[in-house]
Design a protein around this ligand. Structure first.
Ligand code: FES
Ligand code: FES
Length: 160
């Protein structure tokens, strides 16, 4: 198996590593960089547990060969907080009890972050549609949608 040198910019840190041509970005993040917040759920781009940010856009890392991600700016769930201060989305997921088992939560929070960067003033229908690729088996989604809407309000307040 041929090896390739790639450079990723992950959560603000430049990481250069050798990867196999068939190595998946999700596995590199979890097993090589120990960023285990990004979860392996379905492995076939259907559940959203593996969602990361590429720049401001959410992407599912489970089907992306690591070689394809050479040069990408990546943010994982671990990179959303500002030091000890949770991001508005993270804080509202806590405050609204939008977390039960937590398996979907990193992907949900990352996708919700992309959502609010794209649309800082979403309505409920927009949030539900945007999160349709992220599955949660526990919460019933109501608290998650509520958390995203509350995060939007928090971000607007913080901008004033
Ligand atoms: S693990 Fe990637 S979408 Fe399910
Ligand atoms: S909180 Fe358990 S899958 Fe969402």
């Amino acid at each position: 198996m041929s090896m390739h040198e790639i450079t990723l910019h992950v959560n603000g840190t430049k990481r250069t590593l050798q990867v196999k041509s068939n190595e998946l970005l999700l596995n590199v993040l979890r097993d090589r960089l120990y960023l285990t917040g990004t979860k392996y759920g379905c492995g076939i781009a259907e559940c959203g547990a593996c969602t990361i940010l590429r720049g401001d856009k959410s992407v599912m890392s489970c089907l992306i060969p690591a070689v394809v991600a050479d040069g990408w700016e990546i943010t994982t769930a671990e990179g959303l907080a500002d030091g000890d201060r949770l991001s508005p989305v993270q804080q509202q997921f806590v405050d609204k009890a939008a977390i039960q088992c937590g398996f979907c939560t990193p992907g949900m929070v990352v996708t919700s972050t992309a959502l609010l960067r794209e649309n800082p003033d979403p309505d409920e229908a927009f949030v539900k549609d945007y999160l349709r690729g992220n599955f949660c088996r526990c919460t019933g989604y109501i608290a998650i949608v509520s958390a995203v809407l509350a995060a939007a309000e928090q971000m607007k307040e913080e901008k004033k």
